[in-house]
Design a protein around this ligand. Structure first.
Ligand SMILES: Cc1cc2nc3c(=O)[nH]c(=O)nc-3n(C[C@H](O)[C@H](O)[C@H](O)COP(=O)(O)OP(=O)(O)OC[C@H]3O[C@@H](n4cnc5c(N)ncnc54)[C@H](O)[C@@H]3O)c2cc1C
Length: 382
């Protein structure tokens, strides 16, 4: 079985594109199908810190180490915690020696896309169905028609993967935590007091079983999340994010009594709000190998964002799957090896993320978060 497999990747997220780029670099043919109409069809979300042993390693192997250094914001790794009165409980503003630089998602997607031939990614292709035959080859069904046959289809299509049901009956489960996402534009120029409050990195504010997390993105933009422990339908019932004025008023009511300098974050928010209910797959999620199909990233091991590992794990998956496919003459065996290693590799970060989301907004208020931050700072100093 030395012939190269015909490979399709569903999803041009960080995981799928890392796989595509690494295979392309090794001279292997691949096609990516993405439902979005083009690269900038949707804001790609906030900032991500890429870790040396995973996200950064994947980019280096993909020949994108220098491109990464151009988009990495080493200066934005600071961390602060306030209480609702605006009292600073913790600050780690000294980022020297920390090697988890922030990158904006859009910038990350751009360097990956620019490293691929334009025709390799088929935009505006939302997968409807994958028809997997007895022999392991498959046909993909899109609104435009079908594509295939493919020998290997990689589901890199995120939390609500259309590919996952072919190998696993599990659906992501709601964690109990919901974010209302908001943004603040041109913070240094238009809101200097907020810029000073946030500093270079991210802040948390926690009290009364609620929280705010605000992180600095590139170009003077801040992305904020109001964090609630609520039933899954609560946000849809209480927030009309399509009416930002009403949604902002509702947010202000939720944080009534908090210090004016904290509420200023909500007052300054722009018109782009979104509800993000945080879901996860069970820790240790795995499946029995099935020839012709596999998963990576959130499709394989969706975890809460509190561990800050999701994108790093997705990119390392892409890199590792490519490494196995390039190294192993028997591509089905390569997929088996990738799966066996990945199932083990992601258990620890998934467990940490599950614990982090379970203890978020704990009954002891910011005390637990403070403890975690101090522990991190101690580890960094050691
Ligand atoms: C609010 C929030 C904050 C987060 N913060 C962090 C963080 O700070 N650090 C971190 O490491 N992780 C964070 N994460 C997690 C991180 O976003 C994911 O782990 C990461 O994006 C997973 O990458 P992926 O390539 O597997 O999937 P995705 O990024 O979800 O990409 C999937 C792609 O597949 C496409 N797609 C989906 N369905 C189809 C279909 N049927 N047909 C074709 N295309 C399809 C989508 O359009 C998308 O482009 C956060 C997540 C959330 C929700």
């Amino acid at each position: 079985m030395t012939q190269q497999p015909r490979i399709a990747i569903i999803g041009a997220g960080p995981g799928g594109l890392t796989l595509a780029r690494t295979l392309h670099l090794a001279g292997m043919a691949v096609t990516v199908f993405e439902r979005e109409a083009h690269a900038l069809a949707r804001p790609q979300g906030g900032t991500l810190d890429l870790h040396v042993e995973s996200g950064q390693l994947a980019l280096t192997r993909a020949g994108l180490g220098e491109a990464f250094l151009r988009i990495a914001r080493y200066e934005d790794q600071g961390s602060r915690l306030y209480d609702k009165h605006g009292t600073l409980l913790f600050a780690d503003d000294d980022v020297t020696g920390i090697d988890r630089p922030e990158v904006d998602r859009t910038a990350l997607r751009t360097i990956l896309l620019e490293s691929l031939p334009a025709q390799l990614v088929r935009w505006n292709h939302e997968l409807r169905e994958m028809r997997l035959g007895e022999d392991g080859t498959s046909e993909l069904v899109f609104a435009q028609g079908t594509a295939g046959p493919f020998d290997l289809v990689v589901g890199a299509d995120g939390a609500w993967s259309r590919i996952r049901p072919l190998v696993s009956p599990y659906l992501p489960q709601y964690s109990g935590i919901t974010f209302i996402e908001f943004g603040i534009d041109e913070v240094d120029h238009r809101h200097p007091a907020i810029a000073a409050l946030v500093g270079r990195g991210k802040i948390g504010v926690e009290a009364d079983g609620k929280g705010l997390i605000v992180q600095r993105n590139g170009n003077g933009h801040l992305r904020g999340y109001a964090v609630f422990r609520v039933p899954v339908a609560w946000a849809e019932q209480n927030f009309d994010v399509a009416s930002p004025v009403a949604a902002r008023a509702r947010l202000l009511a939720e944080f009534d009594g908090w210090a004016p300098e904290i509420l200023a974050l909500i007052h300054a928010s722009n018109e782009q709000m979104a509800v993000r209910s945080i879901h996860a797959l069970p820790v240790g999620h795995q499946w029995v190998h099935r020839r012709g199909v596999t998963l990576l990233g959130d499709a394989a091991h969706l975890m809460s964002p509190f561990g800050g590992e999701g994108v790093n794990a997705a990119m390392l998956d892409g890199s590792e799957l490519a490494r196995q496919l390039v190294a192993c003459a028997n591509w089905d065996e390569a997929v088996r090896r990738y799966e066996a290693e990945m199932f083990v590799r992601v258990v620890a970060p998934a467990r940490d993320a599950a614990e982090a989301v379970a203890t978020e907004l704990s009954h002891v208020g910011p005390a637990l978060t403070l403890q975690h931050l101090m522990e991190h700072a101690r580890q960094h100093a050691a």
